[in-house]
Write a protein that binds this ligand. Structure first.
Ligand code: NAD
Ligand code: UDP
Length: 324
């Protein structure tokens, strides 16, 4: 038997959060979307506003709030390097104080709470592909640390609330995800390359483009998150969610040029400090416990994402920070 649940999605107006809200609303749940719109905008959820089971709250997750809910998906956090490095102290506060606030709410409401963690907890990994038992190589004082260490501290808080207070938690470690509704000015590699290719600008390859990433299509990632939330209570994670197909950044650039039919040229730019050289998830645990594995090839997901970028007016988007 399935029940209507009261669900809170923090960061619910963002790229992943807004799609998650759509999927949960389709299932008939009562949804509260909470966001401070730092890296998103109301237009991402405007089409949901007249639904009777949808509520939007402008709020900062670092501040306490009293809500009555059964489940919480905690996604509030800037995710793109240019965004999280813009105000690194605020990024750390969002991860840590935000986690404390949602865990406190889960404790008071006896709610289940899922943390959107990240492959960045592995840092610049020397184990490849990355398994969940791997503890990572993170520079605690570098420019990415506000995000990486913030997310690691949030995982610690989730596990300690689970062990100390019996809070029903889930932790997913999300690897690079892309798709429609990415912020065109988030500075992430896929949004940059598509925007540059469509506008005929140079495509900015950081370093020599030999570094690798594994890209998961948005819809499949969100399906994995929902499965994890609804999975058995004895599997709290962390679990890797991502597409194990690995590409160099140069290969990605060439694919974007091919699919857009662009005449843009590749230009080299300096590699950012602490940029991970390789990244690919081992998804054995997700396959075993969630029956989840991605099936959308990069070429197909990119074609859908490019179609979305062509359909929207880039001028309607405000760069959240100057770092893109
Ligand atoms: P996003 O920037 O589009 O979404 C984050 C949302 O959180 C935005 O709507 C933003 O306005 C909101 N937010 C930021 N700080 C807040 C605060 N203090 N209070 C309230 N709201 C706040 O990014 P996304 O890609 O949708 O990422 C969502 C989550 O998934 C993040 O927690 C991110 O760390 C995690 N994640 C994403 C990826 C990815 O590739 N997309 C990879 C790893 C982890
Ligand atoms: N990257 C790039 N050109 C860009 C943006 C990013 O070559 O215009 C590279 C970046 O150096 C990194 C990879 O693409 O190696 C993925 O970067 P992104 O910011 O999307 O995500 P993350 O580094 O967090 O995985």
């Amino acid at each position: 038997m399935s029940f209507i649940k009261r669900i809170l999605v923090t960061g619910g107006a963002g790229f992943l959060g807004s799609h998650l809200c759509e999927r949960l609303l389709e299932r008939g749940h009562d949804l509260i979307c909470l966001d401070n719109f730092f890296t998103s905008q109301k237009s991402n959820v405007a089409h949901l506003l007249d639904r009777p089971n949808f509520e939007l709250i402008r709020h900062d997750v670092t501040l306490p709030i009293l809500l009555e809910v059964d489940e919480i998906y905690n996604l509030a956090c800037p995710a793109a390097p240019g965004h999280y490095q813009y105000n690194p102290i605020k990024t750390m506060k969002t991860s840590v104080i935000g986690a404390i606030n949602v865990l406190g709410m889960a404790k008071r409401c006896r709610a289940k709470v899922l943390q959107a963690s990240t492959s960045e907890v592995y840092g610049d990994p020397d184990v490849h592909p990355q398994v969940e038992s791997y503890r990572g190589v993170v520079n605690p004082i570098g420019p990415r640390a506000c995000y990486d260490e913030g997310k690691r501290a949030a995982e610690t808080l989730f596990m300690d609330y689970h062990r100390s207070h019996g809070i029903n938690i889930r932790i997913v470690r999300i690897f690079n995800t892309y798709g429609p509704r990415m912020h065109p000015f988030d500075g992430r590699v896929i949004s940059n390359f598509i925007r540059q290719a469509l506008e005929g600008e140079d495509i900015t390859l950081f370093g020599d483009g030999a570094q690798t990433r594994s890209f998961c299509y948005r819809d499949e990632l969100v399906e994995g998150m929902i499965r994890m939330m609804n999975g058995t209570d004895d599997f709290v994670g962390p679990v890797n969610l991502g597409n194990p197909e690995e590409f160099t950044i140069r290969q990605l650039a060439q694919l974007v040029i091919e699919l857009t039919g662009s005449t843009s040229k590749l230009v080299k730019r300096p590699l950012p400090e602490d940029d991970p050289t390789q990244r690919r998830p081992d998804i054995t645990l997700a396959r075993k416990h969630l029956g989840w594995q991605p099936a959308v090839p990069l070429r197909e997901g990119l074609a859908k994402t490019i179609a979305w970028f062509r359909a929207v007016s880039i001028a309607d988007y405000r760069p959240p920070t100057p770092n893109y």
